[in-house]
Design a protein around this ligand. Structure first.
Ligand code: LMR
Length: 333
């Protein structure tokens, strides 16, 4: 009996939230892979400012931008292990957790515009995806916006055959892997921090990203052409280690939640401008030519990538895709 009681007590200790209170101040390590001067970078800094202010210094937020602490794949592992507390990876990077539903978000032209994305993620689907994360020991706190991504290379990419034989860096999405293969290119998963050098040295020929990421990583200096495709949305989920978050004292958590809510509104309110400004700066440098697709070229590209939809439907189910498409098609029910 005594043995049993001991085992029960030991198990209780194992499942109990970490004793965050023991530490003073509570330190939140927030790691991410982009520059400070991007939608995510600015959101993270705003969260730090507000969290420290609202908790009267009882919480200290340490921001590690630019992959200085962890690269993409490592950061999710580190979060699960509790070596880092907060991240904001793009939704495309949740695949290693085995939650296949996230794949749907990478479907080409799933979202018509920023508003469509925002409506979908900030409604019931967004909450449902948060529940999926809980099963992996991760709590989702907010959806942060970046914007639509473009395709760049050293040749203009205006029709599906232009992709033939090119090596493309992708961030981790199976769906991106598939649509690039359909057009005859060779996709390769690579950490964000390695992209500039890989493009410079020819390890890869092209990549896909938002204007703000392209500009702050100087990718436009090593890519002769950037095609305005707007084919996919880079959005982030601010996530925390669940055990750590559950262990934050009840008199502190509301202030952190308030800080997160306000940082989210601030960052999301700026993302469009960040990307517009970055595009203007890229144009000013004259280093990359911006390729705009004609209506026919755009239609041909969309047609070529249609088979990806059927394939993803087999993995995540058509109803989920339809739920997203409802926003894009403007249905109200
Ligand atoms: C990428 O890896 O290209 C992006 O997801 C980086 C980021 O966090 O915006």
């Amino acid at each position: 009996m005594r043995k049993l009681l001991f085992a029960v007590a030991a198990a209780a200790v194992l499942v109990a939230p970490a004793v965050v209170q023991a530490q003073s101040p509570i330190v939140i390590k927030f790691s991410h892979v982009v520059a400070n001067d991007t939608p995510k970078g600015k959101g993270a800094l705003k969260f730090k400012e507000l969290a420290e202010k609202y908790t009267d210094g009882k919480v200290k937020v340490e921001i590690y931008p630019n992959s200085t602490l962890y690269k993409d794949k490592e950061e999710i592992e580190a979060l699960q292990l509790g070596s880092v507390h907060m991240l904001a990876p793009s939704t495309a990077k949740f695949a290693p957790l085995g939650i296949k539903e996230f794949e749907a978000l990478d479907l080409p032209w799933l979202f018509k515009d920023d508003q469509t994305y925002s409506n979908a993620m900030k409604g019931t689907i967004g909450k449902w995806l948060f529940e999926k994360l809980e099963t992996k020991g991760i709590t989702g706190l907010a959806y942060w916006d970046n914007g639509f991504h473009m395709l760049s290379a050293n040749r203009p990419l205006a029709k599906p055959t232009d992709f033939q034989g090119l090596k493309f860096r992708i961030s981790g999405s199976k769906v991106a892997d598939q649509y690039l293969r359909i057009m005859g290119s060779i996709p390769q998963i690579m950490a964000f921090s390695e992209v500039y050098q890989a493009l410079q040295t020819g390890v890869v020929d092209g990549q896909e990203n938002t204007w703000s990421n392209i500009y702050t990583q100087k990718m436009h200096e090593v890519q002769k052409y950037i095609t305005v495709t707007n084919h996919g949305y880079i959005g982030y989920i601010v996530v925390v280690n669940k055990k750590f978050w559950d262990g934050i004292p009840a008199d502190i958590k509301p202030q952190l939640e308030k800080a997160m809510q306000e940082a989210t509104a601030y960052g999301n309110g700026q993302s469009q401008k960040e990307n517009d400004d970055a595009l203007a700066e890229i144009k000013k440098t004259g280093k990359s030519e911006i390729v705009t697709l004609t209506a026919e070229q755009d239609a041909a590209m969309r047609k070529a990538l249609e088979p990806v939809y059927q394939d993803v439907a087999k993995r995540v189910g058509q109803p989920l895709i339809d739920e997203f498409l409802k926003e894009t098609r403007g249905a109200t029910n």
